[in-house]
Design a protein around this ligand. Sequence first.
Ligand code: CTP
Length: 413
Amino acid sequence: MLKAKKILVGISGGISVYKMCTVVRLLKKSGAQVRVLMTQSATQFVTPLTFSTLSQEEAVVSLWPSDAHSSTDLGTKHIELGLWADAMVIAPATANIIAKLATGIADDVITSAVLALRCPLLISPAMDVDMYLNVVTQKNLALLSGRGYFILPPEEGELASGLVGTGRLPEPEKIVAFVEDVLNKTPRDLSGKKILVTAGPTHEPIDPVRFIGNRSSGKMGFALANAAALRGGEVTLIAGPVALETPKNVNRINVETAEEMKRAVLAHSKKSDAVIMAAAVADYTPAHPASQKIKKAKLSQSGFTLELKETADILKELSTQKNGALLIGFALETNDAIKNATEKLRSKNLDFIILNSAHDEGAAFGSDTNVVTIIGKDGTTERLPKMPKFDVATEILNRAGRRLAASSKKERK
Ligand code: CTP
């Protein structure tokens, strides 16, 4: 798996830097090309010479050229290496470097490379237990995870401080397995493909301050957009109102209502190779939204009846357009799940429908995991176990990627 892969290893300063010698050795032994970036603090623990020797390439420590007069050493190594890599892993990642990554500070070789990175980024935090559990560190890690970076949680055990708790860098084999796993999930099979993803709920206005919405968190759609971008896809994400970070290399368009979502989807679908409708689009919207806030006094006199009208079914409209794009829908069912979802697949003329059963543990609104059944146009029905939403996205894109590769756009018409 790692043969000929280009792995950029970022090492920041912590006692566990010594374990990184083995990580670099294992990566090299598996056939990977390895380049090492170190912060100045990391060099306090192990010298750059050790990593240069193990990686057989000069470890980069400074943003500045070694010879200011040389035209061949322009001091842009961190950018070149960011573009060169198939994956970058930062281990150990200190609380300091995690905070810098979260805010976009780029004052060392590692954080500078990250800002220019186009490949998956893996972060393996290691620090004292109190630093790790500190609310700021936890918030920063949640932010980085939301941005689409992969976090390998630290392990419990004895720490350099003498305390026992969570904060240890996992063993080298585990770090290498993590790199392999992420590379496995991010083949470049969607290179050059235009992927349109919708996510989140829609908000249908009753008046300027009230709306009808639903509990969709948008996490499944954002995971799909992130995973598709990491596979090389040109991703447009049409998002309803959600408070989620935009994954890297994703073009995000924010919308509020079902009508706005329809317009945005139709404007982009013609150029798309695949459209994945993960959004929970409202089926009904207030027929006459009030332009002024509706007053309570007025309501209580006569009671309050809200007239609703049906929204357009975006997927159905897409399926009549016949522009050849692969169409993937979602279905949330409470009863006769397979039967209802299959019926939706047929009526909306979809290639795949992803069935969520509302009763499954681990598939709740807002959850980071999902339990789905993938039903194909050809009648295949595959129930997947509970897994993180990124992994569900990977399973969906594996199938979409195979279909896109198998049939050219023209043939699907
Ligand atoms: N969808 C859509 N346009 C709508 C409503 C839904 O494109 N106005 C899409 C959703 O994004 C999803 C799929 O259709 O991919 C199924 O949505 P769902 O609400 O489960 O199905 P409905 O057809 O609305 O049927 P029902 O609500 O009766 O289950």
